[in-house]
Design a protein around this ligand. Structure first.
Ligand code: CP
Length: 313
């Protein structure tokens, strides 16, 4: 796995290793032997063209805990403001010989172009509506820890599915790990590109979608990716609170990838419920998962990236 752009980039053998390794790192409070880390003394550059709190902080901490030098480029004051393209920005930073570029990008398809144009590893930290693979890994590990397995677990995802990269990555990852995913939204906010299968079902009725769920994940309304029609949709019937959670199993857990809009897609008191809510666990495991992902790509990156002559296309 030289790059991690999509869930499908993760080979089967690597997938369980990533979850197990992240679990071990989380149990060790992220403490690892920096000197023997594959990232020791190497450079990681975070390039976030969209706002972020947890993903950026998690990647920055993950890199530092693995003994890497981590640079998070302040995009707002970068030469992008002088008209430099995103591809030229990425190539410029790649010329400084990082082992890994971690990129968040609004425009879909740019990450693939960057990965083809640089010699280091590229990790997707959120790409438009397409994918957010490391968030899905953190979610999968959270569910596995709380439920003991992913096989046969029913995960209901409620809200703005159409514009959600988290939902797409979770469908790809959780079904691969044996879970069943229910996507619940008003018709206009269901994705056109996600087909119903035996493992993935689409619902417009909240009660039908939540019935029998072991996990209920609420999603933020992603206004920044919506057109006027989508913005006009009423999502008040797709709110996660104690009343709607009662349709799920009595021990169903509550998740949210963040950032949350309390009182919009999720009830604030439910989000803070220490028994039902796993939201802060998702954040904590997000650091461990990013450490495991950086280790995984840098092992390959050593061979194909910084230890060979760089190519600048
Ligand atoms: N879940 C997630 O991607 O959060 P941030 O936008 O804060 O990184």
């Amino acid at each position: 796995m030289r790059h991690l752009l999509r869930v499908r980039d993760i080979p089967d053998a690597e997938l369980l290793w990533l979850l197990d390794r992240a679990d071990t790192l989380a149990k060790a409070h992220f403490i690892t032997d920096r000197a023997s880390s594959p990232l020791a003394g190497k450079t990681i550059i975070n390039l976030f063209f969209e706002p972020s709190t947890r993903t950026l902080a998690a990647f920055e901490l993950a890199g530092k805990k693995l003994g890497a030098d981590v640079l998070s480029l302040p995009v707002a004051t970068s030469s992008l403001q002088k008209g430099e393209s995103i591809l030229d920005t990425a190539r410029t930073l790649a010329a400084m010989r990082p082992a890994v570029l971690v990129i968040r990008q609004r425009e879909e398809g740019v990450l693939e172009k960057i990965a083809a144009a640089v010699s280091c590893s590229v990790v997707n930290a959120g790409e438009g509506r397409l994918e957010h693979p490391t968030q899905a890994l953190a979610d999968a590990l959270t569910i596995r820890r709380r439920k003991g397995t992913l096989a046969g677990v029913r995960v209901a995802i409620i809200g703005d599915i159409a514009h959600s990269r988290v939902a797409r990555s979770n469908v790809a990852l959780l079904t691969r790990l044996g879970a069943m995913v229910h996507l619940i939204a008003p018709e206009a906010l269901l994705p056109k590109d996600v087909q119903a299968t035996t493992a993935t079902r689409l619902f417009t009725n909240l009660k039908d979608g939540l019935t029998g769920a072991d996990v209920v994940m609420a999603l933020r309304v992603q206004r920044e990716r919506m057109d006027e029609y989508a913005l006009g949709q009423d999502i008040s019937n797709y709110h996660l609170d104690r009343q709607s959670l009662a349709f799920a199993k009595p021990d169903a857990i509550v998740m949210h990838p963040g950032p949350m809009n309390r009182g919009v897609e999720i009830d604030g008191a439910l989000a803070d419920d220490p028994v039902r809510s796993a939201i802060l666990e998702q954040v904590e495991l997000g650091v461990a998962v990013r450490m495991a992902c950086l280790e995984a790509v840098s092992k390959t990156g050593q061979k194909t990236g910084i230890d060979t002559a760089p190519t600048y296309c």
